[in-house]
Design a protein around this ligand. Sequence first.
Ligand SMILES: C[S@@+](CC[C@H](N)C(=O)[O-])C[C@H]1O[C@@H](n2cnc3c(N)ncnc32)[C@H](O)[C@@H]1O
Length: 242
Amino acid sequence: MGTIKDYRNMVEQPWGKMFYDMIYEQLNIPSDKRIRILDFGAGFCITADHYAGDHEVVAVEPNEEMYSLRVEESDYTLITQGPDYLKTVPDNSFDIALCHNVLEYVENREEILKQLARVVKPEGLLSVIKHNLFGRVMGSAVLGDDPKAAMDLLNEVSEDSMFGSRSVYSNEFLIDTLSHEMILSDSYGIRAFFGLSSNNEIKYKNEWYQSMLALEIKASTIDEFKKIAFFNHLIFKKKDAT
Ligand SMILES: C[S@@+](CC[C@H](N)C(=O)[O-])C[C@H]1O[C@@H](n2cnc3c(N)ncnc32)[C@H](O)[C@@H]1O
């Protein structure tokens, strides 16, 4: 199991950066300071900081080890709490809520989703990035050279991680849990390919980075690649109040 410092180092590497470049490509939020964005489980606040240049951003992160290593190039509000903060937020407060790579680690996944749906404005967006079981199987079998771990993943969906128990949940769970308030408007894959090769040297070359990013962007909308991508990105739109 890696440490939080290893994770902080990883996000600076080309294969860490590409995860965020894919998010920015898929979200494509117009620049407007009036747009209010909530980043729940903001981690090192990389995404929050990216959007804070042109938007009003609130980053929520309860883990001190994480937020003490945060990126702070732009101006955003950091809330050092978790789900308790969400309960204090009035209905329909944010244009966009982000919850990226977080719901794998929480106990009360359903409750957090309901709260996130509640605080988003009618016709606002909720962007959820989640682990995709078949992508994780690909990662263990290919990058990890560990077919046994890949088989275990296929047989068992829970394992240990640095944020506690990590469990993979299905896209259908997400769609069903949110169905009363929100409808799925877009879905993408992230990391169909760039996490599969162990040849790290080539990844520091700009030509590799730009070509791989273009390939990932192209593949991210194709169903066959979504199904084996390490992450899935689901974007929900809140129904109109009327
Ligand atoms: C894998 S990191 C992802 C960070 C960030 N969203 C990103 O995409 O870079 C998972 C984050 O979820 C946070 N987290 C775990 N449980 C949480 C909870 N109950 N409420 C809020 N955040 C939580 C962790 O502290 C960690 O920073």
